[in-house]
Design a protein around this ligand. Structure first.
Ligand SMILES: Nc1ncnc2c1ncn2[C@@H]1O[C@H](COP(=O)(O)OP(=O)(O)OP(=O)(O)O)[C@@H](O)[C@H]1O
Ligand SMILES: [Mg+2]
Length: 280
C-alpha cells in the first residue's frame, strides 16, 4: 500500500474513506471505475462523471532533459487522489516537483507515463485543442508567477478567466470576487500598476471566477502580508466549498498548512530520485 492510500488523519496524513460530507472515498472504486471518462466535459458543455474523483493519478512519471542531455526524474507517483470538493495542502522542499505536479494535473505539461484524470476525464486521451478547452473550463490555476495579461486591467483579467472557459462574462461576479480580495478600488489598474501581492490576489479571483472542478494554487499567499494571506485563504476555501471545487494548494507556510484537514508532503508519495542540488 502506498503512502497515498493509507487512511490516517492530521498533518502528513492521508484522508480516510470518506469525509464529513460523505463525498466519494479516496481511492474508491467509483473514482477508478473503467469507462468513467466523462468526455462530455471536454467540450466545455458539461461536467465530468459525478462519481469520479476531482483528480486521480496512477503510475505517473515525469522527467526533464537537462541542458547537458542527462535525464532528471522529477515525479514518480503510484497513486494520488483528490476527491470532489476536497481541500488539500501540498508541502515539499524547493525543487521537489510541486509545480511540476500541478502542471501535469492541469495538462500544461504531459506526463511521460501513467494516467492523469481530472473530473473523470483522461487528459492524455484528449486531442490538444480539446485538452486546452477542458483546462479552460474545468481547471482553475493560480500560478506561482501569476501570469496576468499586462495590457488588461485587474477587472478585465478576471473577466478573461471567465471568457476563456466559455462562461458568459459576469462583470458583477468578477467585481464581487475582486472586492472580496480587497481590490475593490483597484479594478481599473493594470498588473504593472499593482503591487506583487495585489497581482497575486487578481490571479486568485481569476481562477475562482469560472468555478472549475479543481483549483490548483501554487503558493497563492507567498507575496502578501499576513492579513491578506488569511483573506486569500478564506476566499479560496469558501468559494471552493460553496461550489464543490476541489482545492490543491502548494504552500511553504506552516500557518496555512495548519488550517487544512489533509496535508501531504510530496516527498512522501513521490518516488523520483532527489534532483541534484535541490534544497530538500
Ligand atoms: N522545464 C524544465 N526543464 C528542466 N528542469 C526543470 C524544468 N522545470 C523544472 N525543472 C526542475 O525540476 C525540479 C522540480 O521543479 P519544480 O518547479 O516542480 O519544483 P517546486 O517543488 O515547485 O519548487 P519551488 O518550491 O522552488 O517552487 C527542479 O529541480 C527544477 O530545476
Ligand atoms: Mg514551484
Amino acid at each position: 500500500m502506498s503512502e497515498m492510500q493509507k487512511p490516517s488523519g492530521g498533518a502528513g496524513g492521508v484522508r480516510g474513506d470518506s469525509d464529513d460530507a460523505g463525498r466519494p472515498a479516496v481511492g474508491s472504486s467509483a473514482a477508478s471505475r473503467p469507462g468513467s471518462q466523462g468526455e462530455g466535459a471536454a467540450g466545455g458543455a458539461g461536467r465530468g462523471d459525478p462519481s469520479s474523483a476531482a483528480v486521480e493519478l496512477r503510475g505517473v512519471r515525469k522527467a526533464y532533459v537537462e541542458p547537458d542531455g542527462s535525464v532528471l526524474p522529477v515525479l514518480d507517483i503510484e497513486r494520488f487522489v483528490l476527491a470532489r470538493g476536497e481541500q488539500v495542502v501540498l508541502l515539499g522542499a524547493s525543487g521537489c516537483g510541486k509545480t511540476t505536479l500541478l502542471n501535469v494535473i492541469s495538462g500544461i505539461t504531459s506526463a511521460d507515463a501513467g494516467q492523469v484524470r481530472v473530473d473523470g476525464v483522461d487528459l492524455a486521451r484528449l486531442p490538444e485543442a480539446a485538452r486546452d478547452r477542458f483546462r479552460a473550463d474545468r481547471i482553475g490555476m493560480v500560478f506561482q508567477t501569476f501570469n496576468l495579461l499586462p495590457a488588461f486591467t485587474a477587472l478585465e483579467n478576471v473577466l478573461l478567466g471567465m471568457s476563456f472557459s466559455g462562461r458568459r462574462a459576469d462583470v458583477r461576479e468578477a467585481r464581487r470576487l475582486l472586492e472580496r480580495v480587497g481590490l475593490g478600488r483597484r479594478l481599473e489598474h493594470r498588473p504593472g500598476q499593482l503591487s506583487v501581492g495585489e497581482q497575486q490576489r487578481v490571479a486568485v479571483a481569476r481562477a475562482l471566477v469560472k468555478r472549475p472542478a479543481v483549483l490548483l494554487a501554487d503558493e497563492p499567499t507567498a507575496s502578501v502580508d499576513v492579513a491578506n494571506q488569511q483573506r486569500i485563504l478564506d476566499l479560496l476555501r469558501d468559494v471552493c466549498r460553496e461550489h464543490d471545487v476541489a482545492l490543491l494548494l502548494v504552500t511553504h507556510s506552516p500557518e496555512v498548512a495548519a488550517q487544512f484537514e489533509r496535508v501531504e508532503r510530496l516527498e512522501s508519495f513521490n518516488r523520483a530520485v532527489a534532483p541534484a542540488g535541490a534544497t530538500r
